[in-house]
Write a protein that binds this ligand. Structure first.
Ligand code: ZN
Length: 218
């Protein structure tokens, strides 16, 4: 049964957040999305998110977070920085506090439109060292947000303990497997659906997909 409540989904147009969007649509009476424009390498990422929101008939709020790039130039926004992940180091796509900021702005927006739930696709399982994607951080921020705005937010993290294969499975259970596979953008090189095949994001997505397909019963 659907909660008679409103949710805001932090939405980038990628596999994870699109799966979260379908999850929220099944669960909540009203769903809106918030997308952050922080000068992504590929404007296509924003176009992709807008197209998905439009197709699903979901309102999308786009917030300008260009200041993030001003504070922390990184490989997600600067084409002159290589995307790489060395053992034992944070990948060059890392931006300190990004999730902290995104969730805080999402909360301000959520309260403004009367939504209690904030849905985010952060995940500790594929933990690549981002401290603000950890479950303990999200729980801590939830308390802080509630205190800061005197409001009972609930931050939902449906993917927190899933690996990439299980995230594909969840999309499938939500009836969204083909949609997520063909219409989302995860690739760092801006190639939609199955992607370029060789960047770190594609490798992760592809490995999970193959694992899931190997056990999928059609
Ligand atoms: Zn790629």
């Amino acid at each position: 049964m659907r909660h008679q409540e409103k949710a805001v989904v932090v939405f980038s147009g990628g596999q994870d957040s699109t799966t979260c969007l379908f999850w929220a649509l099944q669960r909540f009476a009203e769903v809106e999305t918030v997308t952050f424009n922080y000068g992504q390498r590929h404007a296509l990422e924003l176009e992709c998110a807008a197209a998905i929101a439009k197709e699903l008939g979901v309102k999308q709020h786009v917030l300008d977070m260009g200041l993030l790039n001003q504070l922390a130039p990184n490989a997600l926004t600067r084409s002159d920085i290589e995307i790489e992940a060395k053992d034992g180091e944070l990948p060059t796509t890392f931006v300190d506090g990004r999730n902290l900021l995104f969730l805080s702005f999402a909360a301000i927006l959520a309260k403004g439109i009367g939504a209690r739930h904030i849905v985010t696709g952060v995940c500790e399982t594929d933990f690549s060292g981002y401290p603000d994607c950890r479950d303990i951080f999200v729980k801590s921020l939830n308390v802080t947000l509630n205190l800061s705005m005197d409001y009972e937010f609930v931050i939902d993290t449906p993917l927190m303990w899933l690996d990439k294969a299980q995230t594909w499975q969840l999309a499938d259970e939500l009836g969204a497997f083909e949609f997520v596979r063909h219409k989302t953008l995860t690739c760092y090189n801006g190639v939609i659906a199955d992607g370029c095949g060789h960047c770190p994001a594609c490798e992760l997505r592809h490995r999970g997909l193959q694992q899931y397909l190997a056990r999928r019963v059609v």
